[in-house]
Design a protein around this ligand. Structure first.
Ligand SMILES: [Zn+2]
Length: 298
C-alpha cells in the first residue's frame, strides 16, 4: 500500500467478522426549539426565552454486538432529570433546562431497562464510548459499572474549566465512584483516509471501530467509524449534527462553536468523498435506525 491511497482492504474481513450487529436503542422522547435543531440567526438566549416552535427530539444510544462482547455508544439519560427536582444542583440550570428541553420520559427509559428489553444485561457492557459529556449521553453510566467509559482527553478537560455545568456537563453525575473513565488520546495515522483528522484511536485494535475527533458541539466531541466486510461503513457522529442531511448541507445547529462545527463537517465530508458509501448516523436523528439497517443489509 502506498501512502497516497486510502487502505483498500477493509480492516475487518474474513470468515469471522468481529461485529454481528449495530442497533439503535431508543432512550426516550423530548422536544427542543426549532432554532436549536436547525440553527438560527438569532442569539441563543432569544430562542431559549422567546422561541415558540418546538420540534421532536429523539434520544438514542447505539448497541454494537461484537464477538468479544457488547459496546455501547453513549448511554442515554437518567429519567431522574425529569422526576427528581434536585438532579441538577445549580438553580440556574434548573431554571433553564425546561426552557431548552421538554422531556417526555418514563422510568423505563433508563439504560439498564432499555438493554433488558433487547435481552442484554447491563453488566455485560464492557466498553462504552462516550461521544461527549452532555447529560443526555452520560445518564446511564451508573447502570454499567463493568464498562470502561471512553472519553476524549479534550472533553475530560472541560471538567477542570470554570462552570462546566453552564455547558450542560454535570460533574456530579460524571465523576461518580463506580465509573471507570478512560481518557482517549488520539494517535497520528498514516492512512490517508484520516489525513484531515487530528489523530485516530483504534478501539478494538482490529480497525473495525475507529474513534475520530469531531469537535464543535463540545470541544472534545468524537465520532465512531464502524467498518467491516459486507457492510457500508457507518460513522456515528453523536451530536455533531442533529440530522445527517443537515451536515451534508452545512446547516449548523443553534448550539456549539460554529467555526469548529463547520471544520468538522468538512472533515466528515472529506471522509465521505473517500468512502462514498459512508452512512452518517446522528444520535438525535429519527432516520438513524433506517440508515443503520440499510448499511448492514448490503
Ligand atoms: Zn445530545
Amino acid at each position: 500500500m502506498t501512502d497516497a491511497q486510502p487502505s483498500e482492504t477493509l480492516p475487518a474481513h474474513g470468515p469471522e467478522l468481529p461485529i454481528s450487529s449495530v442497533q439503535v436503542l431508543s432512550c426516550g422522547q423530548a422536544e427542543q426549539h426549532k432554532e436549536h435543531r436547525y440553527g438560527s440567526r438569532l442569539p441563543q438566549l432569544w430562542w431559549v426565552f422567546f422561541g415558540r416552535s418546538w420540534v421532536p427530539l429523539p434520544l438514542q444510544a447505539f448497541l454494537i454486538e461484537r464477538r468479544d462482547g457488547f459496546v455501547l455508544f453513549d448511554t442515554g439519560l437518567d429519567p431522574a432529570i425529569q422526576f427528581d427536582k434536585s438532579y441538577i444542583k445549580q438553580a440556574i440550570g434548573r431554571f433553564l433546562l425546561p426552557r431548552i428541553f421538554r422531556f417526555h420520559l418514563t422510568q423505563a427509559d433508563r439504560i439498564d431497562q432499555i438493554l433488558a428489553k433487547v435481552g442484554v444485561a447491563s453488566s455485560d457492557i464492557r466498553t462504552a464510548v462516550i461521544s461527549h459529556l452532555h447529560f443526555d449521553h452520560v445518564g446511564g453510566i451508573a447502570q454499567i459499572p463493568e464498562a470502561d467509559l471512553l472519553v476524549s482527553e479534550r472533553e475530560w478537560a472541560i471538567l477542570s474549566e470554570p462552570h462546566p455545568e453552564r455547558e450542560w456537563i454535570l460533574r456530579e453525575h460524571i465523576e461518580i465512584p463506580a465509573a471507570k473513565w478512560q481518557q482517549i488520546s488520539f494517535q497520528p495515522s498514516d492512512d490517508p483516509l484520516f489525513d484531515r483528522f487530528d489523530g485516530i484511536h483504534d478501539v478494538a485494535g482490529d480497525g473495525s471501530m475507529i474513534l475520530l475527533p469531531t469537535p464543535g458541539h463540545t470541544p472534545g466531541s468524537m465520532s465512531l467509524l464502524i467498518r467491516q466486510e459486507g457492510w457500508d461503513p457507518m460513522l456515528l457522529v453523536g451530536d455533531l449534527t442533529y440530522e445527517a442531511a443537515l451536515l451534508e448541507q452545512y446547516v449548523v445547529p443553534g448550539t456549539g462553536d460554529r467555526e469548529t462545527l463547520l471544520a468538522s463537517f468538512a472533515k466528515v465530508r472529506r471522509l465521505k468523498s473517500l468512502l462514498p458509501e459512508l452512512v452518517i448516523v446522528a444520535s438525535h436523528d429519527f432516520g438513524a435506525e433506517a440508515a443503520i439497517s440499510r448499511a448492514m443489509r448490503k
